[in-house]
Design a protein around this ligand. Sequence first.
Ligand SMILES: Nc1ncnc2c1ncn2[C@@H]1O[C@H](COP(=O)(O)OP(=O)(O)O)[C@@H](O)[C@H]1O
Ligand SMILES: O=C(O)C1=C[C@@H](OP(=O)(O)O)[C@@H](O)[C@H](O)C1
Ligand SMILES: [Mg+2]
Length: 167
Amino acid sequence: MKPACVLVGVMGAGKTTVGELLAARLGVGFRDTDIDIEATAGKPIAEIFIDEGEAHFRTLEEAAVRSALASFDGVLALGGGAILSERTRAALAGHPVVFLSVGLSDAVSRVGLGAGRPLLAMNPRATLKHLMDQRRPLYEQVATFTVATDGREPEEIAAEIATLLKP
Ligand SMILES: Nc1ncnc2c1ncn2[C@@H]1O[C@H](COP(=O)(O)OP(=O)(O)O)[C@@H](O)[C@H]1O
Ligand SMILES: O=C(O)C1=C[C@@H](OP(=O)(O)O)[C@@H](O)[C@H](O)C1
Ligand SMILES: [Mg+2]
């Protein structure tokens, strides 16, 4: 079993929002590894970061991605940092991966004050800029397609991805 599409990109790129719309459009299920991790841990991501730290979250995330890639055939949204794992990047090879790209100002306005995203608890703009610069090469490395999202509606983005995925 293989996901129909895997969405990657920085926080605020719209992976969760566009992923749900794309799944509805394709008539398949939607899964988000952040939700799977919260179910496994029995608490919200922000609490995992506080109680166990980011490294533990990354371990849970790697397992959640591995499991979803092996057992799910719908649209899969990853958390923004999932591609930091070299094993995860290798596991994404051969899957249809869409990198949702976003510029700093749209990303900042979308995530607001970063509620629910522990990495953005302090200085969301500077943190997002740093994470974007650091991770962009990794998103590009795993991407089959790159879709720009600045100034575009989620439905329009989902429609473009559905067209790209057509055989
Ligand atoms: N293309 C878009 N245009 C405007 N707002 C968007 C767009 N995509 C997502 N959003 C909004 O931005 C916020 C973050 O989106 P989300 O899907 O959670 O991003 P991600 O999962 O990539 O972090 C949400 O409030 C969502 O409604
Ligand atoms: O970029 C990151 O490191 C993270 C992104 C979040 O997911 P979204 O990209 O869906 O916001 C979530 O996994 C966690 O807060 C860490
Ligand atoms: Mg998300």
